[in-house]
Design a protein around this ligand. Sequence first.
Ligand code: GLV
Ligand code: MN
Ligand code: MN
Length: 403
Amino acid sequence: MSVRKRLDEICDIGRDPVHGGYSRHLLEPAELALREWFCRSAAELDLTVETDGNGNLWAWWGEPGPGTIATGSHLDSVPGGGAFDGPLGVASALEAVALLRAEAWVPARPIAVCAFAEEEGSRFGVPCLGTRLLVGDITPQTALALTDREGVTLEDAWREVSMDVSRVGPDPGRVALLDALVELHVEQGLDLEKRGLPLAVGSAIMAHGRWRLTITGEGNHAGTTPMGERRDPVVAASAAALAVRDVAVERPAARGTVGRISVTPNGTNVIASRVEAWLDIRADSDTAVRAQFEATVALIRTCVAAEGCALDVHEESFSPLVSFDGPLTARVAELLGGVPAIPTGAGHDAGILASHVPTTMVFVRNPTGVSHAPGETAREEDCEEGARGLAVVLRELAGAQAP
Ligand code: GLV
Ligand code: MN
Ligand code: MN
């Protein structure tokens, strides 16, 4: 087949007519259809598929066992996301296996092709939820109580698809089977396009935190409430969004974003009673993220108080800075022909697993540099080169018995 054909097979699953692009959220119909596609594709390659207790899919070439070389990515998307963020890594991993099968090559160690659950955190708020649960970075109790936009808990969503909630939680035995993880991903920037190169390996992931801000004011009538007598949380949230930007621009390499806002009750002629706004902060160290958060929230408190509103701040997730495994990254870079190592500001399951397993990433050039939006893209020839490169990497890493 080809990576393109594999992506074509899923190109109609989860299209979002409202936002454009794709909305493929954990355990919703589109994501379930992608899981079925994954199982079918893996079965065609004679891989044995299992779902772990945390909803991550594992397609095994060989008996699951120590010394496993894992690859893959995720199938879920942000709301109105692109076609490549996640699925490119899964389709490329399947294609790499197909290329190796076509050579009649047989791995000396198990190979696992993975599709990790809820990487974006778009349904339940916590990114990389499947891998965080796997390694024990979040407790099952906390995870199962998370709610989606409709108030459905993860536990209810899990039960709805007959998953066994008693299996949710850390799985150190499974993690211990892994000797390496190589996640291929579309690049989410223009570095490779500027360098004129199709591929790179990952060097690091920026530290990243997400917080939910709840701003409470007083609901009232838009026509009868004098301007001086309002406590309007939309005004406070607007000032807060500016504060996020103003703090971030003062700090080199920092990012600060409010990308999601929910207004209650959201009526044209109604002064809102409450706003929830989600704050996403990234920087080049954990302490830099914390310091940026403190400075941002101090400014937001002032804006909220000036409007007579109240503020509640809840941390939804914190992802420390990740440096990928040096020797593995160097080896993969060499196997790909001496490609550069580049850092990224985007989060990945590879980042969660990196503190437990030697891990690295392969990035595929994105001509627009756009990601988390319909404009995300990758050239066909670069995608095929990525899969061929991944096949070379798997042949090398899984070609020799584990010591
Ligand atoms: C996921 O892609 C993230 O970086 O938030
Ligand atoms: Mn993403
Ligand atoms: Mn991704």
